[in-house]
Design a protein around this ligand. Structure first.
Ligand SMILES: [Zn+2]
Length: 191
């Protein structure tokens, strides 16, 4: 999540510089909003189940983690909203897809509706991060992803995560301060 906010602010700053758009709070907000858009299914699953992930594969990483879904909105925004807004949308949405294709979890349906498989880069077949050539790209069927959730999932991860942040709130404040400083510095270097 922290990375999504950081990327959203970064894309807003970058497009503001490239397209000479004023870096207003609204532009920064749009950058963060677009960077979070593929995670709409996170909130859908949270509403449906009261939790997300764990031992069960729900809507998250399934329903709106479909890169193809955002192609037409991107074109429409580009045409009707202008190149700056269109580019901010593309960077936000597809930057999210880029980092969800690695790291935690079991990827997403990269080529849906053309392929039903879940793809992840730099991972072994068990979902563990691995930077070897053999593990450059793995794929799973939906049934395999469900089995991996069943095997490795922690049903309380969300509560554990919230508890962790409540206990370590100073770290979060520090991260936010660093984030603001980095963005301010980055903007001043660019302009
Ligand atoms: Zn995501």
């Amino acid at each position: 999540m922290f990375l999504d906010i950081l990327l959203g602010l970064f894309w807003a700053t970058l497009t503001s510089f490239i397209f000479d758009v004023p870096l207003t709070p609204w532009w920064l907000f749009l950058g963060v909003l677009f960077a979070f858009l593929p995670d709409t299914d996170f909130w859908i699953e949270l509403l449906e189940r009261g939790t997300v992930g764990g031992k069960k594969l729900g809507a998250h990483r399934v329903l709106t983690h479909i890169p193809f879904l955002f192609v037409i909105p991107a074109i429409l925004l580009f045409v009707y909203g202008g190149p700056a807004l269109g580019t901010l949308f593309i960077l936000g949405v597809y930057g999210h897809f880029l980092h969800d294709a690695t790291g935690m979890g079991y990827g997403y349906r990269l080529l849906y509706p053309f392929s039903p498989l879940f793809y992840k880069f730099f991972s072994d077949k068990d979902g563990t991060i691995s930077y070897t050539r053999k593990n450059l790209l793995v794929h799973w069927t939906k049934e395999e992803v469900e089995a991996l959730h069943e095997k490795h999932g922690n049903d309380d991860w969300l509560q554990d995560d919230i508890r962790y942040h409540q206990e370590h709130w100073r770290e979060l404040v520090l991260q936010i301060i660093i984030l603001i400083l980095v963005i301010t510095l980055f903007y001043h270097v660019l302009t």
